[in-house]
Design a protein. Structure first.
Lengths: 553, 524
């Protein structure tokens, strides 16, 4: 790349005009490059300003740029430039030269992006009052929480050691002479998590058009002697939390998304034998509620195994266009979903348990009628929030759903949706739960999710292995083991599946250390599972056989 | 494009491995697979509290908390967790979330109860990972509410890092970093020991007693540590760490006369005669199977003289990598243990505790507290509020990783250039931006760079703090005792205080904390 080429080369017209719009931003970024306030401290980044300032710039070691501008407590604009794009602009329009010698593995996907968070409506629970002692006197301090926040993590290096003979053959691009000794180093992409309370508008703007990007890609020449690779497509997560307390501060270090495992555990704690069970899982875009009727068997394990088996089976059957049915006790997945980018949506919900005379209780009851609904779900929501049951293949799902759940809802304006539903503001209007047909992928996902609730060691081991593998590949390449793109939320959920979410960060760190020591061991996890299965009840062995068959295929 | 890279080949060795070879699997965190029917999870109360520090993540808990809080603004999430009746549904849910032992640790203010909960907690850690690298937590909210466990007189040697220390006057104080580090190391060793020996390890023993309980031998077999695969310790090393609280060795070399001063092998290694003497004693006790060597008042010379092999012992042929002590003969070990002038010098570096950015802020705070001439309880309160010894902030890492996590700490921590440390361990990682790495090596670690007029502004640990923590810190600094002391500050001390005041005010501004909490930005 020739310095200042962009100013004169006629073939770069599109890039030149795109740069005009970006120039003021780049001037601030170059200030950070030329005269940083501070370097480090995490991964050799350069900083100008602090996230608590109005303008903040971070250039990470792979030259990925995060540029943040905040206007008061109302507007937050975050701009991301991938390292290669920064290199192109910097080298085409200035005489600075600090190109990184790194192989960008995802050049096509790594594009500049800009997000704006804008407070459109404020919510009442943002107001906080705390008692603290000042000069020995107890004083009440009130403040209003920022309704948005973000966390980021600059690129960081992973070293993968080639260990065994088996592992040595796998890399096509590494010369064999080096493969025996050299370390593989891969830098992760910059991670950014935007979090907003209800009422905050979240926009993504198109920053650079395709033509200009094509120009830039044409000009970009990777350094011929790269020794490390990296990903540069922004790893973005967006959270729209109904709970404003769950928002991070500004520019906080990355933490795993707080997960609803707490809700699951709490729900499971409430479940008792012979009672209906409603497990909730809060997600950044809503909440999942899994409702099951009381099982007839004494233990919860068999019906869950059955249900999962059934779902696996019926998925296979469905694929062959033979419809299968579900047992009545099969869990129903109710989903409450909102558009994470919309400032207009919020909801509140409440779950109650019904006894045989349709009286609602906060706690599960054993006195249920097998033909009547066992759970009452009340929702107050704005119009943009969707509540529906995933139709997992069964013919009469609709009937089952409405026989299991008594659904109440009220659609209100944003200001009228309460923070919490309780007896004082309950919903009396009954409604039908809409059913949405599930796709094959969703069906498998549901089956998969339900499987994770099975408290059987071999099944858990299966999930754990898959989880660990996924987290490992995610950390390196942002994808799960199937090569599907995986967001950090997925990864966090995956980590959360076996390790507590808030310690996820630590767990991930532990895994990072582990990933440095990738090893292959020549045993077959599936045969292990089948062997483990033989030790458990014959009832569950079928499930494990099925797994074994899958493995043989 | 480099010709070595076929454009269609994705860079994904792990995918390749897993998809191409069904027999392949990754072994990361083997403990997960080794747990027949055991729960995988133990939380600590801090992990139920949301990121802003003023709410709870789980809907069930948050709703109950918000309802109670409407009536009582003094209620904090920690207090709420403590106050819930353990037998109610909510209480049972909290117990299920935390695990029975952590729930007991949270709720109790009774010493015996606390100790027994801690013991059974460590019994559990044989199978499940502790919530934090350094074990569990004491609960810093106790410092704010005063619900302390009277730990005075406890025999426990393994305690949470942030458990209080008792001053000579009986005052309860937040621990200093040295105390906390020792506790963290002991906890790591206690968990490791219980896994290596496959039994419950006494948390209240040390020295000879511990040696005898565990039946330590001098076998060279090393064991993978649950925290870091690079930490491989023998039994005697594990017991030594558990007993003394010294940080485990990362690398060590036997120094020899006439070596070149710039010998690369010795770069970054330090020599501590005191530690070496201790460690030599432990190895001697294991090698000779004589626990009396570990008595503090043991007559080592007499023991040495009584040995038939004295003066004729040979250096071992088999050694433990990274542990230079195992290269020494028995006679040489006695010399080290007795700290004789011509004893072999073993230089070593250790694993390290990485702070999540708070340590530098704490250092600034303590400098300011010192310049104010205020001792306890101000030091204790302010270091607590800045989270110096909070297990959630601390990670046990090898030195190269520490340098990569926190180049600044790596460079400033009196061990030469951070860039050099990083380069020494992982040059490939940094070959991609050589110019930047050079600049870091030469400029950013340079003390002059730290005096850049804006360095303090950006070197802003406060971004990692939650609004509520900033609020507490400001409330504390507004105390008239501190304000009176500030009025006397001049020169550099004054400038340092004003820098802190400005930084805190800015955070208060950003988070919308009320005006009356702001600190004066001028010294009267």
């Amino acid at each position: 790349m020739d310095a200042l080429r962009g100013l004169t080369d006629p073939s770069l017209e599109a890039l030149r005009s795109a740069f005009k719009g970006l120039e003021s931003t780049f001037v601030e970024i170059w200030q950070a490059q030329d005269d940083p306030d501070y370097g480090g401290p995490r991964w050799y980044e350069l900083y100008r300003g602090s996230p608590l300032d109005e303008t903040f710039v971070c250039i990470d070691f792979c030259n990925n740029v995060l540029h943040v501008r905040r206007v008061g407590r109302e507007i937050l604009t975050l701009t991301f430039f991938p390292g290669w794009f920064y290199d192109v602009i910097t080298n085409c329009f200035t005489i600075r030269g600090d190109p990184s010698t790194v192989y960008v593995g995802d050049l096509a996907a790594a594009v500049p992006r800009q997000f704006q968070l804008f407070v459109k409506r404020s919510i009442p629970e943002a107001q906080q009052t705390f008692a603290t002692s000042i000069a020995g006197r107890e004083t009440l301090v009130s403040y209003t929480r920022l309704p948005f926040g973000y966390e980021y993590e600059p690129a960081r290096a992973f070293a993968v050691e080639p260990m065994t003979a088996a592992a040595r053959g796998f890399s096509a691009w590494m010369p064999t002479t080096e493969a025996a000794t050299a370390q593989r180093v891969h830098w992760s992409a910059l991670r950014l998590r935007l979090a907003a309370a209800p009422g905050v508008e979240l926009d993504e703007r198109r920053l650079v058009d395709e033509e200009a990007l094509a120009d830039a890609r044409r000009v970009y020449v990777p350094h011929p002697e790269f020794r490390a690779s990296c990903s540069q497509a922004l790893q973005l997560e967006i959270e729209r939390s109904q709970n404003i307390h769950a928002l991070p501060g500004l520019g906080a270090p990355f933490r795993d998304a707080p997960l609803a495992e707490a809700d699951l555990v709490a729900g499971r704690e409430m479940s008792r034998e012979g009672c209906a069970l409603a497990l909730e899982q809060v997600r950044p875009d809503g909440v999942d509620i899994i409702v099951t009727r009381p099982a007839e068997a004494s233990s919860t394990a068999p019906w869950l195994v059955e249900a999962v088996l059934e779902l696996f089976r019926s998925a296979a059957v469905w694929l062959e266009e033979l419809l299968g049915g579900l047992p009545r006790e099969a869990p129903l997945a109710v989903r409450i979903r909102l558009d994470v980018s919309s400032p207009e949506d919020r909801f509140a919900y409440r779950i109650q348990y019904l006894d045989s005379s349709r009286n609602a209780h906060a706690e599960p009851t054993t006195d249920t009628d097998p033909l009547e609904p066992v759970v009452r779900l009340s929702v107050k929501r704005t119009a943009g929030v969707h509540v529906f049951v995933d139709q997992a293949l069964a013919e009469h799902r609709e009937a089952i759903a409405n026989r299991t759940i008594e659904y109440h809802e009220e659609v209100l304006a944003f200001e009228d949706v309460p923070v919490v539903l309780d007896d004082s503001n309950d919903v009396s209007r009954r409604a039908d739960l809409p059913i949405r047909p599930a796709t094959v992928g969703e069906v498998l996902t549901i089956a998969y999710q339900l499987g994770e609730f099975i408290p059987l060691a071999p099944v858990e081991a299966f999930y754990d292995m898959r989880d660990l593998a996924s987290v490992g590949t995610y950390l390196l390449y942002g994808e799960d083991i199937a090569g599907e793109e995986m967001t950090a939320v997925d990864a966090a959920l995956t980590v959360g599946g076996f390790i507590l979410p808030e310690v996820g960060e630590r767990a991930v760190k532990g895994l990072v250390r582990g990933v440095r020591r990738l090893r292959t061991i020549g045993d077959d996890p599936f045969s292990r599972l089948v062997a483990a299965g033989e030790a458990v009840e014959p009832h569950d062995a079928g499930f494990l056989d099925a797994l074994g068959e899958r493995a043989v295929e | 494009m480099n010709p070595r890279v076929p454009s269609s080949t994705r860079f994904d060795p792990v995918d390749d491995l897993l998809l191409r070879d069904r027999n392949a699997r990754m072994v990361v965190g083997q403990f997960v697979l080794d747990r027949p029917g055991m729960p995988t999870v133990r939380r600590v109360p801090e992990q139920l509290i949301s990121r802003g520090g003023d709410g709870l993540d789980a809907r069930m808990l948050q709703e109950a908390y918000a309802a109670e809080r409407a009536a009582d603004p003094r209620l904090t999430p920690e207090r709420f967790l403590l106050r819930v009746d353990p037998d109610s549904t909510l209480g049972r849910a909290i117990t299920a979330l935390l695990g029975p032992e952590t729930a007991r640790l949270l709720r109790t203010t009774d010493r015996a109860e606390f100790e027994s909960a801690l013991r059974s907690h460590y019994r559990e850690f044989r199978r499940i990972p502790p919530p934090y690298d350094s074990g569990t937590t004491y609960g810093s909210h106790r410092y704010l509410t005063g619900d302390h466990v009277p730990l005075r007189g406890t025999r426990l040697r393994v305690l949470p890092m942030n458990a209080p220390t008792i001053s000579s006057t009986g005052a309860i104080q937040y621990p200093t970093w040295d105390v906390a580090r020792t506790r963290g190391n002991r906890s790591v060793a206690a968990v490791q020991a219980s896994r290596v020996w496959g039994r419950e390890v006494p948390l209240d023993q040390e020295g000879r007693e511990l040696f005898e309980t565990l039946g330590v031998d001098d076998s060279l077999e090393t064991f993978d540590n649950y925290l870091d695969p690079e930490l491989r310790q023998t039994r005697v090393q594990t017991a030594f760490t558990l007993s003394t609280g010294y940080t485990p060795i990362y690398r060590s070399e036997v120094d020899f006369p006439g070596r070149l001063p710039d010998d690369k092998r010795f770069k970054g290694l330090r020599y501590s005669p005191q530690r070496n003497a201790q460690q030599a004693r432990w190895l001697l006790a294991a090698r000779l199977q004589r626990s009396d060597i570990l008595d503090p008042d043991a007559d080592l010379t007499a023991i040495w003289n009584s040995l038939p092999t004295r003066g004729r012992s040979t250096t071992p042929t088999a050694t433990v990598p990274n542990d230079a002590f195992t290269q020494l003969s028995t006679d040489q070990l006695f010399e080290v243990a007795l700290r004789l002038p011509d004893a072999r010098q073993i230089r070593l570096n250790t694993f390290e505790w990485e702070h999540h950015r708070s340590q530098r802020f704490v250092r600034r705070m303590t400098t300011i507290i010192d310049s104010l001439g205020l001792g306890e309880p101000w030091r204790s309160r302010l270091t607590m509020l800045t989270g110096l010894c909070e297990p959630g902030n601390l990670y046990f890492v090898p030195p190269w990783q520490h340098a990569m996590e926190d180049v600044y700490a790596g460079g400033v921590a009196r061990r030469g250039s951070g860039a050099a440390r990083v380069g020494q361990f992982r040059p490939e990682a940094f070959s991609i931006n050589r110019a930047r790495a050079d600049r870091f090596g030469n400029v950013l670690i340079d003390p002059d760079f730290a005096r850049h007029p804006d360095a303090a502004r950006v070197q802003d640990a406060l971004v990692a703090y939650e609004p509520r923590e900033i609020l507490e810190l400001l409330a504390e600094l507004n105390d008239p005792v501190i304000q009176r002391a500030v009025a006397g500050l001049r020169g550099r001390d004054g400038a340092r205080w004003l820098g802190l005041a400005r930084q805190l005010n800015r955070a208060a501004n950003t988070y919308g904390l009320p005006q009356f909490l702001r600190l004066a930005e001028q010294i009267p």
